[in-house]
Design a protein around this ligand. Structure first.
Ligand code: ADP
Length: 262
């Protein structure tokens, strides 16, 4: 099994068409940051950011934003992917982490965030960390020849949905399925030595189990390296970050394009 994660700015059609020969052997995971921001704007829900004392930024998922995240991912991004898969003749079925008990998570009850130079506690954030994957529903769909299309949210321990990072969902799903490969498709040619220069793609990058992730990659790429390390620790033998903007992005990734994490 291969787990492919499709980034928010990656064009859907080429990815979906490229999955045609892989039905029953591939799981597609997606996020959708741009669509969440877009829908929040349409609904008048302010999009806010949390900044940890160490400088890591994340979305502030207050109760209204949690609703927007669920609506945007399950109601907009996923149907668009399913339509593109159907157009490519790929049998597919959409799931969030709530379906079949797929993704469990623990909400962070209080988070430190820096606001106007001061560290304050935020208690209404409904994001959290994955605590478990129950891959049975994926196995049923794969065995029947479908491509499962998976996104956050996850199911919280208190029964309420919890927003989780889609790259880490992909890593955890790959680990739970015993996948041979995890491919993170994004809008960069791979991990760049210099984020501003697309010609500086690293062929390979070693991630030490306990140490910091290298190349102070900002924002999204930093999260991808953390997710990649989690996948490697979960036993996924091949993990790569690859360009999702090329004509046959999955085929290119499976043939060694992008950056291999090890
Ligand atoms: P996605 O939506 O595909 O999950 P993100 O936008 O969250 O991806 O993260 C990928 C982005 O991270 C790239 O488009 C790039 O702008 C940025 N980035 C920052 N540092 C690096 C780096 N060292 N190498 C590659 N991309 C980087």
């Amino acid at each position: 099994v291969t787990v492919v994660k499709c980034g928010g700015a990656v064009p859907h059609e080429p990815v979906c068409a490229d999955l045609a020969g892989l039905a029953g052997r591939v799981v597609l995971v997606h996020g959708g940051g741009p669509e969440v921001d877009g829908l929040a704007g349409e609904l008048g829900v302010p999009a806010r950011t949390l900044v940890s004392p160490s400088g890591v930024t994340s979305r502030h998922t207050d109760p209204a934003m949690l609703e927007v995240v669920t609506l945007a991912l399950a109601g907009r991004v996923k149907p668009r992917l399913l339509r593109a898969l159907a157009a490519a003749g790929v049998p597919a079925a959409g799931l969030t982490g709530l379906d079949g008990g797929l993704l469990r998570a623990r909400r962070k009850p209080a988070q430190r965030t820096v606001r106007d130079g001061r560290t304050v506690l935020v208690r209404d954030d409904h994001s959290g960390r994955l605590t478990g994957v129950r891959p049975r529903v994926l196995r049923v769909l794969l065995d029947a020849g479908f491509v499962p299309v998976v996104s956050p949210p996850a199911l919280g321990e208190d029964g309420a949905p919890v927003n989780v990072d889609a790259d880490r969902v992909a890593a955890a799903v790959a680990g739970a399925l015993g996948a041979e490969r995890l491919v993170l498709l994004t809008s960069a040619p791979g991990l760049l030595r210099d984020a501003a220069d697309e010609t500086t793609v690293l062929d390979r990058c070693a991630l030490a189990p306990g140490g910091p992730v290298p190349y102070a990659a900002s924002g999204g790429m930093h999260r991808k390296l953390i997710a990649s390390r989690e996948a490697l620790l979960a036993g996924v033998p091949r993990v790569s970050v690859c360009d999702g903007r090329v004509p046959r992005p999955v085929t290119a990734a499976l043939h060694g394009a992008g950056t291999t994490l090890e």
